[in-house]
Design a protein around this ligand. Structure first.
Ligand code: SAM
Length: 248
């Protein structure tokens, strides 16, 4: 039985799994992490191209079935990927996954704490669009800003919903994520920057002046006070964060 709460929409098109693997340029030097192998359509292809695959599946019923058919270079862990400490896994070089929608955001932040060369990930299309959104669009969000601080991201292709069984309510997209070796712009106080970004997007339709006043008092001579956060680039939010944090 399919469990909706685990985002179980299984890829039914082998050519998409094949393209996902090609985009990641998997070779026999790679140790690949896969979250949510499900019935193994991506896992088995990965095993053919990679040196080793580490797959983490939350559903014991799926994991038990899958274990019976996996080649020896796949290590299957039956766990919630959100609770696994990735630093305890063999050092993986790439991530390839068709991700359950429910964990898209937290797993993305977890990936960004790790070192790897590329991730090729299937997300629901609206989530993918938030990852790559430009300032001034409704998709531009806290997620966009936080991801763009640490990585570059692009949509490689859109996947129609009927390529999954059962089909989800929306289309999906394959996304490439390449972590930057150092943050893509400089920020003096990272925790402050992340908190400020969160607060500004919580009040995204307010002028920045009012959000800052309610949080830090009446700070004068700051740029962008009459803008809304959705108009600012990630770098400009970083700059604002530096100016505020040095005054507090
Ligand atoms: N990779 C398979 C495919 O492409 O057909 C399945 C993809 S399906 C969208 C998501 C998979 O992630 C399901 O097998 C589901 O049980 C699993 N899953 C959901 N939440 C998870 C979690 N927190 N940790 C690990 N696996 C999870």
């Amino acid at each position: 039985m399919v469990k909706p709460r685990f985002g179980q929409h299984f890829l039914n098109d082998q050519s998409i799994a094949q393209r996902e693997i090609s985009y990641a340029g998997i070779t026999k030097d790679d140790i690949v992490l896969e979250i949510g192998p499900g019935k193994g359509i991506i896992t088995k292809l990965l095993a053919a191209y990679a040196k080793e695959v580490i797959a983490i599946e939350i559903d014991p019923r799926l994991a038990t079935e899958l274990q019976k058919t996996l080649p020896r270079n796949v290590t299957l862990l039956c766990k919630d990927a959100l609770t696994v400490d990735f630093t305890t896994l063999p050092r993986f070089s790439k991530i390839v996954s068709n991700l359950p929608f429910e964990i898209s955001s937290p797993i993305m932040f977890k990936f960004l704490e790790c070192r790897f060369s590329i991730a090729v990930l299937i997300f629901q299309k609206d989530f993918a669009e938030r990852l790559v959104a430009s300032p001034g669009t409704k998709e531009y969000s806290r997620l966009t800003v936080n991801v763009s601080y640490k990585a570059t991201c692009r949509i490689l292709e859109t996947i129609p919903r009927d390529c999954f069984s059962p089909p989800p309510k929306v289309d999906s997209a394959i996304v490439e994520l390449i972590p930057a070796p150092v943050p893509r712009f400089s920020v003096q106080n990272e925790p402050f920057f992340f908190e400020l970004t969160k607060q500004l997007f919580t009040h995204r339709r307010k002028k920045i002046r009012y959000t800052i006043k309610s949080l830090y008092g009446d700070l004068k001579d700051l740029p962008f006070l009459d803008h809304r956060v959705e108009q600012l680039t990630p770098e400009q939010i970083g700059h604002l964060s530096d100016l505020i944090s040095e005054r507090l």
